[in-house]
Design a protein around this ligand. Structure first.
Ligand code: GLU
Length: 411
């Protein structure tokens, strides 16, 4: 994933005729915090926070708890955050954190201890004007609330603006939980509008009908009522139906803790493993993890449009191959930016000591998404580049312009 992000930065830097020094500036991270957390059960876990770039504002990005977390992955995700916040026009930089652990195997007490120890260690390096972490894969408002509490104890800062993705009672924003999924529905709607296809009866498959994918699926009919949702998967495998599913019905079924692959509808067909990626659909939504479409399986992808709701789900080789084949990839830095947009609105509300209604938050989110998609789409048509290259180019220009305007710091 790091290679995918870095290669694209290099390609776009060449298209923009950037100096080697500028390209290096965009590739390198400002700081890498790598440490070990020892829990009271005696287990030890590698923890990371990469602060990639803060030219536009404080570092911003989530914290993931996953066994595959490693320094390179966190660096890649931090790099993507720098480009994402810039591509959607936020006054924020990019960072990312993670702990290499499977949180599902932890008791609630150990999960709390892990979250608190992570925040305590990083307290000197984060804060409302320095670095503002948020949830990501396998982390949620409860984890963030523990981190905020710990951060407050260590630093005495009670502004709540040190983290976003907090629960509503602890300074969180309305609409934050659904924001990444809702933002994805705006991104898809806007691209289909630009393509003149928003009224067509297109079929959709969602890989990763968990948190983000589930919000996306259930909120999609409001934006694009004509779309037919024909397949969904989770880690158990998936299910498809030529007649389509009611997203809400699937969501209700999942909320009882059952596996999608067992979904009992007469006309539905179970999809083993990752076979959803090869479904005969118009739109494939990737809402699980990174690097799911690679040189191994890219040739069997049949969708015409891919929405990257996860970070980095299509690797570099697959991205080049699919783009060459005419597949439109709505890139992660736009498609899933809804989460960080509402994080920004949460941070803004905390600082202004305000609490906005959900309608206001969602209207602002829509405004950011529509504008970012429209700018990237226009750039991609004008310069004959893919949407991802367009989003990267616009982000890079913004960062470098801000860098040039900053006063020289003495050595
Ligand atoms: N983890 C989300 C992302 O990858 C949100 C980050 C944030 O809200 O800071 O964009």
């Amino acid at each position: 994933m790091l290679q995918t992000a870095q290669e694209l930065i290099k390609t776009v830097s060449k298209q923009l005729n950037l100096s080697d020094e500028d390209t290096e500036f965009l590739l390198s991270a400002n700081a890498e915090h790598v440490f070990e957390i020892e829990l009271s059960d005696g287990t030890k876990h590698q923890a990371f926070r990469v602060q990639h770039n803060n030219t536009l504002g404080p570092y911003k990005g989530g914290i993931r708890f996953h066994p595959d977390v490693n320094l390179d992955e966190v660096k890649a995700l931090a790099t993507l955050m720098t480009l994402k916040t810039a591509a959607v026009g936020l006054p924020l930089g990019g960072g990312k954190g993670g702990i290499s652990i499977n949180p599902k195997e932890l008791s609630p007490e150990l999960l709390e201890e892990l979250s608190r120890k992570y925040a305590a260690h990083l307290s000197p390096h984060i804060g409302p004007d320095k670095d503002v972490p948020a949830p990501d894969v396998n982390t949620n408002a409860a984890v963030i609330d523990w981190m905020v509490d710990e951060y407050e104890k260590v630093t005495g800062d009670t502004s709540k603006a040190s983290f976003t993705g907090k629960s509503l009672g602890k300074g969180g924003s309305e609409g934050r939980e659904a924001a990444t999924g809702l933002g994805g529905t705006f991104a898809l709607r806007e691209i289909l509008k630009h393509l003149g296809e928003e009224k067509k009866e297109l079929t959709v498959a969602i890989q990763g009908f968990g948190n983000v994918g589930l919000f996306f699926g259930t909120l999609l009919p409001k934006q694009l009522p004509k779309l037919l949702f024909t397949a969904a998967s989770d880690s158990s495998g998936g299910v498809s139906s030529a007649f389509g599913f009611e997203p809400k019905e699937l969501a209700t079924y999942k909320s009882t803790g059952k596996r999608l692959v067992d979904f009992p509808e007469d006309d539905s067909v179970p999809l083993p493993g990752d076979s959803i990626l090869q479904e005969e659909v118009d739109i494939l939504v990737l809402a699980a993890l990174g690097d799911v479409i690679t040189e191994e399986n890219m040739k069997s992808v049949k969708a015409k449009i891919i929405l990257e709701l996860a970070n980095g789900p299509v690797n570099e080789k697959a991205y080049d191959y699919l783009t060459e084949r005419g597949v439109i990839i709505i890139p992660d830095v736009l498609a899933n930016a809804g989460g960080v947009v509402v994080s920004y609105l949460e941070w803004f509300q905390n600082r202004a000591q305000e609490h906005w209604a959900e309608e206001r938050v969602n209207a602002e989110l829509e405004r950011y998404m529509v504008e970012a998609i429209s700018k990237a789409y226009d750039y991609s048509v004008k310069h004959e580049v893919s949407l991802k290259e367009a989003a990267f180019a616009l982000a890079i220009k913004r960062i470098l312009e801000a860098r040039r305007e900053q006063p020289e710091t003495s050595a």
